[in-house]
Design a protein around this ligand. Structure first.
Ligand code: FDA
Length: 308
């Protein structure tokens, strides 16, 4: 109920306009978002790198409504790539196709994505295409598989969400094609017609998809904070002789920092998704929806800092 309410609020631009000016909300966001500028985000990446953790930089923002906005998001993605190279950051980038104009047409979006990928290839930086709500799944996969991967096989990969019924088939096909997959549970509000309503089924599907990716995929990214699934990943890898450099764990900025460090100490590759930018509101609401206890936790910290 609370989760559904928070996900509903995540889609309300009028609430964001109100919240962006609110100091408390900005403080809440700073737990999960590395500031509003590339400078603050680059500093967050340097701190992670110093702890042995790689990063994936994500400029926050979702659907754009015209070509100029899509071009501007494309230019910014290229600036992020240049900054990664200039500062020698151990980082790649994540981006959403709706930011590059997926709603304006496949050709516009593919053209923008190719422009980013050409620069990424020149700088040898990997680009992860995030997965959005289920209305975009087929278009995203088609674009990656048919338009982007053939030209940039080493520099582009996609995301699969275990809550979707279709994902077993998608994972098998992506593994056969050799396309790198980040596996996550899925963060959007989806109807039971397309996604498992029960968390237990989402977790079960995650375990099965993880095994397929470890055994048949190309350098999969196991993106979860779920300790049971992380342990199972480690067990599957070790029982099949899959070395730690053949896959990576991924987590979100500000979530389970203890576990991130523990896995690094155990010799695993760990990459943290570092979102930044002014459009932090829908992202923050999805994080709060995942764990409504965060609201009390972060508010408690804000109050404690205020009292100090
Ligand atoms: P689950 O929600 O079951 O949580 C397991 C445990 O992790 C919880 O008990 C809690 O301890 C901790 N935890 C999880 N979320 C937390 C939070 N917000 N705050 C504090 N603790 C938390 N989704 C998507 O639809 N498209 C995408 O492209 C991506 N990309 C992506 C990249 C990376 C690197 C990650 C880690 C995740 C995504 N996601 C995503 C989000 C993903 O789908 C999912 O919503 C979250 O990762 C939460 O699910 P868990 O797998 O962590 O499990």
């Amino acid at each position: 109920m609370l989760r559904a309410g928070l996900l509903y609020l995540s889609e309300q631009p009028s609430v964001f306009r109100f919240v962006r000016k609110n100091g408390l909300a900005r403080k809440l966001a700073s737990r999960f978002v590395a500031g509003e500028t590339l400078d603050t985000a680059a500093q967050a990446v340097k701190d992670l790198n110093a702890a042995g953790i790689s990063a994936s930089l994500d400029l926050l923002g979702e659907s754009v409504t015209n070509e100029a906005e899509a071009r501007s998001a494309t230019d910014t993605a290229i600036q992020i790539l240049e900054r990664i190279a200039a500062d020698r950051l151990d980082a790649n980038i994540s981006m959403k196709l709706t930011q590059l104009g997926l709603d304006l047409g496949t050709a516009t979006c593919a053209g923008n994505a190719r422009r980013v990928l050409e620069r990424a290839r020149a700088l040898d930086i990997f680009v992860r295409i995030d997965m959005e709500a289920s209305a975009y799944t087929q278009r995203t996969l088609d674009l990656v598989e048919k338009e982007l991967f053939p030209g940039f096989p080493k520099h582009v990969g996609v995301v699969v969400q275990s809550y979707l019924y279709r994902s077993a088939e998608d994972v098998r096909r992506l593994a056969d094609l050799g396309i790198r997959v980040r596996l996550c549970k899925g963060a959007y509000k989806e109807p039971p017609a397309v996604a498992f309503p029960a968390k237990a089924d989402v977790d079960k599907a995650y375990g099965e998809l993880m095994e397929t990716l470890l055994l048949k995929g190309t350098y999969p990214a196991i993106a979860t904070h779920d300790e049971a699934l992380i342990e199972r990943t480690r067990r599957v890898a070790s029982s099949h002789g899959i070395s730690n450099d053949r896959f990576e764990f991924q987590m979100l900025y500000g979530v389970r920092r203890d576990l991130q460090l523990r896995l690094v100490r155990a010799g695993h590759r760990m990459r943290v998704y570092v979102p930044f930018g002014t459009q932090w509101y829908p992202y923050l609401m999805r994080r709060l929806a995942e764990r409504p206890a965060n609201i009390a936790f972060i508010l408690g910290n804000v109050v404690k800092e205020g009292l100090r």
